[in-house]
Design a protein around this ligand. Structure first.
Ligand SMILES: [Fe+2]
Length: 288
């Protein structure tokens, strides 16, 4: 039996909704290739109503590359010992201990794990428990942000690299094994070009990673701070972004090299549980 995949672009600078494919069953090569193409083109794909578990989440992710395990979380141990390659995103406490990362607060704009030399190229999230209408996730298209950048910003970052701090996660929690950073010039973490050539599409993208403790090499600290503020203000404008309002059983995959994402906070007493896999990057990022 062949699958009839249906791809509908969202009315935004990125995003597509994919129906007509059951991720609980093996995905044939033609369907996999259609998904991969849509992912390159639209950066964010949403597959509603997927009745899958962790094994199927892992199998689906592996269609697009090797798994990249999560970075160190604030608690120093995997949330799912039986599946250390899965990260749990949750505010739920069980027996006095968090079952997942990030709590219930807002998570500010960022891309995942850009503090390593070869950041993950993508990620897949499975929504298991969702407080209705809360904890929305936003994604912004960094090809569009690059292509529509004012000329003075383009000139200011030409040939420059930026440090991507490893100390804090997107909820502002310090990762286990790190110490507080007071001077961004001394932040531990990878250096990447500010404009990268995407390793899979060859397109140029603005690559910001995360704002906290970022520093643009070769500039004075005040100059770096001012330029970073201008770049982030530009990159996170609504015309480059799409909002995802979660439903339980949504599977959402994103291109981590050509997008930024953030999350709204939600009612702390509500339960929100998502499982996330990551797809390993192929190589260090090259300048455009
Ligand atoms: Fe993230």
């Amino acid at each position: 039996m062949t699958t009839t995949i249906k791809i509908e672009n969202m009315d935004a600078a990125l995003g597509a909704r994919i129906t007509g494919v059951d991720l609980a069953r093996p995905v044939d090569a033609a369907t996999r290739d259609a998904i991969a193409k849509a992912w390159r083109d639209r950066l964010i794909l949403v597959f509603p109503d997927q009745n899958i578990g962790d094994d199927e989440l892992i199998a689906f992710t592996r269609l697009f590359g090797d798994l990249d395990p999560p970075g160190p979380n604030p608690y120093g141990a995997p949330f799912l010992p039986e599946h250390p390659e899965i990260n749990v995103i949750s505010n739920v406490m069980e027996n006095g201990k968090p079952i997942g990362n990030l709590g219930a607060g807002e998570a500010i704009w960022h891309a995942d794990m850009t503090y390593i030399d070869v950041p993950p190229m993508g990620a897949v999230l499975l929504g298991l428990e969702i407080p209705k209408g809360e904890g929305n996730t936003y994604f912004a298209n960094m090809y569009a942000a690059h292509d529509e950048m004012p000329a003075h910003l383009t000139a200011a970052i030409k040939g420059r690299t930026c440090v991507h701090d490893a100390t804090y996660n997107s909820a502002g929690m310090m990762r286990k094994g790190y110490k507080e950073v007071t001077d961004p010039r001394e932040a531990p973490g990878a250096r990447h070009p500010l404009v990268i050539r995407h390793p899979y599409t060859g397109r140029d993208a603005l690559f910001l990673g995360r704002r906290r403790n970022a520093y643009i090499s070769g500039l004075g600290l005040a100059e770096s701070e001012a330029l970073l503020d201008a770049l982030w203000a530009h990159a996170t404008q609504p015309q480059f972004a799409v909002t995802h309002v979660w439903n339980e059983r949504d599977v959402l995959m994103w291109d981590n090299l050509a997008t930024l994402h953030r999350r709204d906070g939600f009612t702390p007493t509500a339960r929100r549980v998502l499982h996330r896999t990551q797809i390993k990057g192929a190589r260090a990022l090259e300048a455009a």
